[in-house]
Design a protein around this ligand. Sequence first.
Ligand code: NAD
Length: 708
Amino acid sequence: MNLSSLSFEIKRGVAHVGFGKDPKTSMPILDRRTLEELEKVVDRVEEDRQKLKGLLLFSHNSRAFLAGADISLIGSMKSESDAAHGAERGQALFNRIEDLPFPTAVCIHGICLGGGCELALSCQKIYLSDDPATRIGLPEVQLGLIPGFGGTYRMPKRVGLLSALDLILTGKKIDAKKAKRISLADETYPKEKLVEMALATMGKRPKKKTFGQISSRWAKGNFFSKKIIFSKARENVLKKTKGHYQAPLKILDVMEDGQGKGRSSYLASEAMAFGELCLGNQGQNLLHIFSLMDGAKKYKGPKPKGPVPSLSQGGVLGAGTMGGGLAWLFAQNGQSPLLKDVSTKALELGLAQSGSNFYGALKRKKISRSRYQKLQRSITPTLSYEGFKSVDLLIEAVPEDMGIKKRILAEAEGFVGEKTIITSNTSSLSITEMAKALKRPEHFAGLHFFNPVHRMPLVEIVTHEALAHETLEALYHWVLAVKKTPIIVKDGPGFLVNRILLPYMSEPIHMMEAGIPPEAIEKACLNFGMPMGPFRLLDEVGLDVGAKVSHILHKALGPRMAVSSLMDEVVASGALGRKSAKGFYHYDERGKQGEWNREVDAFFPSKKSSSSPDETTLQMMIFLPMINEAAYILEEGIVSGAREVDLGLIFGIGFPPFRGGLLRYADYEGLERITKAMEGFSTEIDPYRYTPCPYLKKLVDEKRSFYS
Ligand code: NAD
């Protein structure tokens, strides 16, 4: 058989099918070619059914069995029926594997997701390697989809309804131990022994019934228990997603309606739902985000001429809020950092900060006690620069003051190695200005992390004229290596994310000043899908910090960034947010949010707006200035395109993923409509804050969008 992505061999009567045959493939996936070749293989084994004793699936690739279906194939579907038909074809193929009259088994080492997992479910036996790199799951829901190759049909049969719902509705990827516990895996073995053990046991019956079998049998025919399970699952989904996401609800509909149906009619409704979700706006948005994330995995900045250094030994200056988090990040990735501060007390606080993250992992049973202790010991606190010569990457996280930063950066440069890359975690100061303090500015860049470091996935790599391309690429690879998402941003006030975020925090204060009730503003933003309302966010950031950054951006960017003077008055009253137990809200001693702080109302006019705008108008008043600022950013070339803006806002501030990103949302709404609305607001509300950016108007004139 002429196959290029699969290997096929019959050994001692067992057909061996190996994915990822092409050594150039970094991760095998179920793309068109692989599916077609698998169809040929199934034709052949069906023909030979009388002679064969079994079918064994495995992978030649050391990282994955199958990393899922080809996303570009899914994204290229032109109509719902096209997509449904694609799903039906996959289902039919997996049905044929399920129906083979001899033992079938799959050996999985590494990643096995989506279509790969659905293929595994069609085999009688699933063997997983006990390697920590092995992960199995059905993550389709995270892409706004339903597993479309029979996953929702076969998973409950294998692991029981409860575990299946948990896996399918969250899209979580589980390790071999958990997979064995819930009976998704029949057995786990060291990766070297997988195939050998599978061949020895694939035809044997399991000794005892698995939990999955017992629970699915229990649930079978138990109408009331199923009703309760589905209603509880729906309740949880609505609570978690606030009703913003269609896919989990659709999955529940298909799974509940399909109870008691035969295979073919069940699978027909799964395929139809797949088609609907795939072509729906939300599915397209979530697929777009997947492509943004995938794109960010490759360095696309300027090509270096010299070798790109690899960065493995870390150093942090300043053991405060950010420094403690950064030390954790280095340690977590095996890059034992030196953590320097000016006092023992500050070092203790920094160590406590990183230690609390390790402890969290220990408590959640993510790491063992010995690993916990090892991780903690891998951070070396210090008051001197001893040992900094061997640091590859130094991150400065001292107070936000240009004078202090320049002095400390110049001082540190005298102690680190010639090739050490020095970075600053500043959130608002000029990287270009800091570079002037250094003898080797080519080895210096901004590396802007968000707080808290262990949670926030985005890192802005801030460039300047003198930066060497080797340094930039090395930083890009390092950020990826520590499992964060990098974005290359040119130096400029507020870089990318904070600059666009500013209107989200300042516009609501102007609106409140104009008499619009804050609860209506907060609700409009939450209903839009933001993870936090603007007043709550200001409390979290700290009103003093928010005011300081606002003034910096106002000075740098002009009147469209004007901040209400009432913001300063609230700050002067001592209401700084969560850290001072009160801001716009009250907070208890554990930092839990309480009631609205009525004291701040005194700073704002008591008269309420005669006619408070409707929710859509409120949303436009806040999000249009953000879109406008993003247009300025593109016009100034701060980032290379709309994709970076959208990635930055989704990962930097939690812009609702189901909207596909700020600029994709803008394109969906229509730039002409947005510009007209802004012009209206600029007459009615404020001529500066709402005047459309020339670039935005140009796009409208040329009948273009941000993405075209
Ligand atoms: P912080 O005040 O919590 O910590 C600063 C630390 O630097 C203190 O422990 C201080 O003792 C130490 N320090 C002062 N002089 C030093 C010196 N000469 N050598 C070594 N250490 C010294 O500040 P932070 O909130 O962690 O912020 C640090 C940087 O990160 C700032 O530039 C800030 O803008 C930026 N940042 C902060 C956040 C945030 O939310 N906190 C988010 C992103 C970026």
